[in-house]
Ligand binder design. Structure first.
Ligand code: HEC
Ligand code: HEC
Ligand code: HEC
Ligand code: HEC
Length: 499
């Protein structure tokens, strides 16, 4: 500890002495972000800690994504009130917040209620750090495949935000002139399965592939059919929602690391095996107008910025390009030379407003389908075959909704695909409701004939702590389906062990 502090202090004292660090210092710091602190990109990287600005639909102020009641920083005007209902029985229902800058990744995963901080066992494996830190390749080298399923909590005291949060070594090879590289093991393997090798990718492709290391959909392999808890990208049949859904419906041990239909969890109320989507930015973008025109993620999210009169570098503040006139000038106007920032922002918001409207409708139809399946399942003499078909359609409808919902651009990355996906979601969810009704010979139809707000109210408050209280579980008809958790106090807070 003393030695490391001394080295850091020494580094802080050598300011403006150029790029190269003494070999001994570099080795001590390994891939820590501090090793690169003399590069100008590092100064821009520090700006990722600015979490004060919002745009109409995006931005960096963290808030609960289901809360449309409270203003920032707790809630936001564009929120999805039914998120906790839709994920009931899955840790996502405890806490789900807006993303912010890369420098917060470690802090945020250490504090999220999805990881069980009330217990010695985190409930989620160390693999969750795959997209949060710079150390994964080294950890896998050291511990082998056992790393992925090891206890998340074990890494708390060895990782800190300043050195280890997503940083330079995730995308660059410091031993080779900071060349762009892929360090993500699951991306490397997903490309291999497609017969591709990122080492042969063009510079433009690399400017998106480095983001595809994390801004993608994934699942975890199982120990029976692969490596326990190892992340795996479900791209073998394609990247569109129907292709990924087919992949999840028909898993193959050799190819996918699971057999048969894959489920992230079973919904507590409808008892339906569900698939949760995670931020498929790369998949959404992959067949967009911008991708077709060869525009990369970095073109819009890492525009060139002036350092001095003759020097420009790539912005290393990854955030919404819509935050200011200047950021839009840099990110968009280089190509859209005949437009103004205001004109382009309005075009983006036009797409987002349309997508948002259909997203909320899709969400409500999914909630209705869960309620219909719940009622059908509890109906005496239900037709089990129709009920099973209803569950299949419910699972599919929610997956299609989540593909757009979990994607962070509110449809802008690919407006046509976002709308098509939401239309499909609505059709599948409606079909699920109809199948559930028919499974009861129309007996439950009158009970479902209510506006969604009266049929099922949004669950506004829910957390691991609340689930330790019977009074909370009695406060909403859907919460009654959850088991009461044993009473416990926090064991972990960030890097700190409390007990
Ligand atoms: C044509 C420009 C463009 C391209 C290409 C692009 N984006 Fe975006 N991105 C945007 C815009 C515009 C938004 C919406 C921001 C807002 O609503 O404030 C956005 C939003 C986002 C957000 C959410 C930001 C927030 O404020 O919440 C993420 C994350 C993101 N993009 C990642 C990516 C990734 C990864 C890629 C490549 C796979 C990509 N983007 C490609 C322009 C682009
Ligand atoms: C998420 C991936 C990613 C991370 C993390 C990242 N970079 Fe970059 N970096 C890029 C991309 C993309 C480029 C543009 C490369 C190109 O166009 O060939 C780039 C370019 C550079 C360049 C070349 C000059 C320039 O500005 O275009 C340097 C030097 C650099 N980065 C340093 C850093 C440092 C230092 C850090 C950590 C503070 C860092 N990068 C973190 C993706 C990343
Ligand atoms: C190692 C994983 C990783 C890589 C590589 C990565 N990201 Fe991220 N990105 C994340 C995580 C995790 C967050 C959310 C952090 C949080 O909220 O604490 C995030 C957040 C963002 C945001 C939201 C920031 C805000 O202000 O709201 C944008 C935009 C973004 N990333 C774009 C990109 C782009 C573009 C690339 C490629 C050049 C990229 N990211 C590469 C993991 C990654
Ligand atoms: C590297 C060049 C490039 C950059 C950077 C770029 N675009 Fe584009 N954009 C295009 C091309 C090419 C098209 C296809 C239509 C065309 O040729 O005008 C397009 C189309 C569009 C469209 C119309 C299509 C649609 O999806 O509605 C919008 C809106 C748009 N861009 C917004 C933006 C915004 C906002 C940014 C900055 C965040 C941006 N673009 C950055 C090249 C670019």
């Amino acid at each position: 500890m003393g030695k490391r502090t001394a080295i850091l202090t020494a580094l802080l004292l050598v300011s403006g002495t150029g790029v190269a660090l003494a070999a001994a210092e570099a080795e001590q710091l390994g891939k820590s972000n501090l090793r690169f602190k003399n590069l100008p990109q590092y100064q821009l990287y520090l700006k990722n800690s600015d979490d004060t600005k919002m745009t109409e639909f995006g931005g960096s102020v963290p808030h609960d994504k289901h809360d449309a009641v409270h203003p920032l920083p707790q809630g936001y005007k564009h929120a999805q009130p039914y998120l906790k209902n839709l994920w009931l029985g899955y840790p996502f229902s405890y806490e789900y917040k807006r993303a912010r800058g890369h420098s917060y990744a470690l802090d945020d995963v250490f504090h999220i209620d999805r990881v069980d901080r009330y217990s010695e066992k985190a409930g989620l494996p160390a693999t969750c750090l795959n997209c949060k830190v710079v150390t994964i390749p080294d950890l896998v080298k050291e511990k082998g495949d056992a790393f992925w399923s090891s206890n998340f909590h074990d890494l708390r005291q060895t990782h800190n935000s300043k050195e280890h949060a997503i940083g330079c070594a995730n995308c660059h090879d410091p031993e080779n002139k900071m060349k762009l590289v892929i360090t993500s093991i699951p991306l490397d393997e997903a490309l291999k399965r497609q017969g591709k090798d990122w080492r042969e990718a063009s510079r433009d492709e690399m400017r998106s592939l480095v983001c595809a290391q994390c801004h993608v959909e994934y699942h975890f392999e199982t120990k029976d059919h692969g490596v326990a808890a190892k992340p795996h990208f479900p791209w073998d049949l394609g990247m569109n929602p129907d292709q990924i859904y087919d992949y999840y419906a028909n898993g193959q041990p050799k190819r996918d690391g699971f057999q048969g239909a894959f489920a992230d969890w079973t919904h507590a109320v409808s008892k339906t095996p569900m698939v949760k989507a995670q931020h498929p930015e790369y998949e959404m973008y992959s067949d967009s107008v911008h991708a077709a025109a060869g525009v990369s993620c970095a073109d819009c999210h890492m525009p060139r910025v002036k350092q001095s009169k003759n020097v420009t570098i790539s912005s290393h503040q990854w955030t919404s390009p819509l935050k200011s006139e200047e950021s839009m000038q840099a990110a968009c106007l280089g190509c859209h030379t005949d437009k103004t920032p205001d004109w382009l922002r309005k075009r983006v918001e036009f797409h987002q407003t349309s997508v948002w409207k259909q997203l909320l409708i899709a969400q409500e139809k999914s909630v209705r389908a869960h309620e219909a399946v719940r009622q059908a399942a509890e109906f005496k003499g239900v037709n089990e075959k129709s009920l099973a078909e209803a569950r299949e359609m419910l699972r599919k409808g929610q997956w299609f909704w989540d593909y757009v919902s979990a994607e962070n651009s509110v449809g802008f990355h690919n407006p046509t695909k976002a709308m098509d996906t939401l239309a499909s979601s609505q059709q599948y969810s409606d079909e699920a409701t109809q199948l559930a009704i028919r499974a009861t010979g129309y007996a439950i139809a009158p009970k479902l004939d209510l506006p969604i707000g009266q049929l099922v109210t949004p669950i506004m408050n829910h957390s691991r702590k609340l689930q330790q209280s019977q009074a909370h579980l009695d406060s909403h008809p859907w919460l009654k389906y959850l088991p009461k958790l044993p009473e416990a106090d926090l064991v972990w807070d960030g890097n700190q062990r409390l007990r």
